[in-house]
Design a protein around this ligand. Structure first.
Ligand SMILES: [Zn+2]
Length: 308
């Protein structure tokens, strides 16, 4: 079975400043590590250019205009306290979105079975009209809308296992019955949202808040609720917001997952929706800030993708 890795080198030029945890070598270590796998079933592809109008599915026009004007000619610019852009961010942010759209096209055309986008900046904190938490465009939200608008799908599921709640993705789809958003995350924690009582207008949001210190076993037990909800929804396509910062070695959070847990949760998720989705899956990198844990966990995630 073929899995595609979508990436390009423009992420290197998205400069967030010295000492920032969301830095270029996060993606570099993943790419270098996956290349070493030398799997014949792993194929590599660069994002293609896309119609920028697609960004307006997920974001307000004003916001997009502001972002467009925010990329500095030199130096750095702050979109919020920790969301920073540099001259190279213009291309990097577009390529992050372009990667998920190219991946979706490839899966829909059956060029490959599924895909993982190794990109930055991440996207799940970006709201309709707000950059936040290292995120500028909500890559996965644009991807989900692309499936609804271009491919006319009626049911898309987004599974967000990043340790932080994807407030942006929830914001964008809160009243959209065609998109199921499920998040497991440390709570209470940044960004403050993600209570169990936030269920979406059509019961299309499932939040599973977990206390600091949650172990692998406790996490996988709680994950049964994700699988149950997914089975009920019967998605035609699965998108993963793949953050690996729930790993026990991650410096930004306090969940206690091990690298192999990302293999298990990926496999269980795809299995739970295999009938309805026919295994159509695209995953995109969100967080993950310990370089060793990040590369190991990403490999585990991709190993599970390779099995479908
Ligand atoms: Zn995160």
């Amino acid at each position: 079975m073929k899995t595609c890795i979508l990436t390009t080198d423009t992420y290197l030029n998205h400069d967030t400043g010295q000492g920032h945890p969301e830095r270029a070598n996060r993606v570099t270590v993943i790419i270098d590590h996956l290349k070493k796998l030398k799997s014949k079933d792993l194929i590599w592809k660069k994002p293609t250019k896309f119609d920028l109008e697609y960004l307006a599915f997920a974001h307000d026009k004003n916001y997009l205009d502001n972002v467009k004007d925010s990329f500095p000619k030199q130096g750095l610019n702050f979109l919020d306290g920790d969301t920073i852009v540099s001259p190279g961010s213009k291309e990097a942010t577009r390529d992050a979105v372009g990667s998920i759209l190219t991946a979706i096209d490839g899966v829909m055309k059956k060029d490959f079975n599924n895909a993982f986008c190794a990109v930055r900046p991440p996207g799940h904190h970006a709201e309709k009209q707000k950059a936040m938490g290292f995120c500028v465009y909500n890559n996965i939200a644009v991807g989900a809308y692309y499936l609804l608008e271009k491919y006319n799908l009626k049911k898309v599921a987004i599974i967000d296992f990043d340790v932080h709640h994807g407030n942006g993705t929830q914001d964008i789809f809160y009243d959209n019955e065609k998109v199921l958003y499920i998040s497991t995350h440390q709570y209470p924690y940044y960004p403050g949202t993600g209570k169990n009582s936030e269920k979406g207008k059509y019961n299309n949001v499932l939040n599973i808040p977990l206390p600091a210190g949650t172990t692998s076993e406790e996490y996988l037990d709680a994950y049964e609720y994700v699988l149950k909800k997914l089975k009920e929804f019967k998605p035609e396509f699965i998108l993963f917001s793949a953050g690996f910062d729930a790993h026990e070695d991650d410096p930004l959070a306090q969940l206690k997952l091990k690298s192999e847990d990302f293999y298990n949760l990926t496999k269980r998720t795809i299995r739970a929706a295999q009938l309805s989705s026919k295994g159509k899956v695209v995953s995109i990198l969100e967080g993950g800030y310990d370089l060793n844990a990040l590369k190991e966990s990403a490999e585990m995630h991709v190993n599970a993708l390779l099995e479908f």
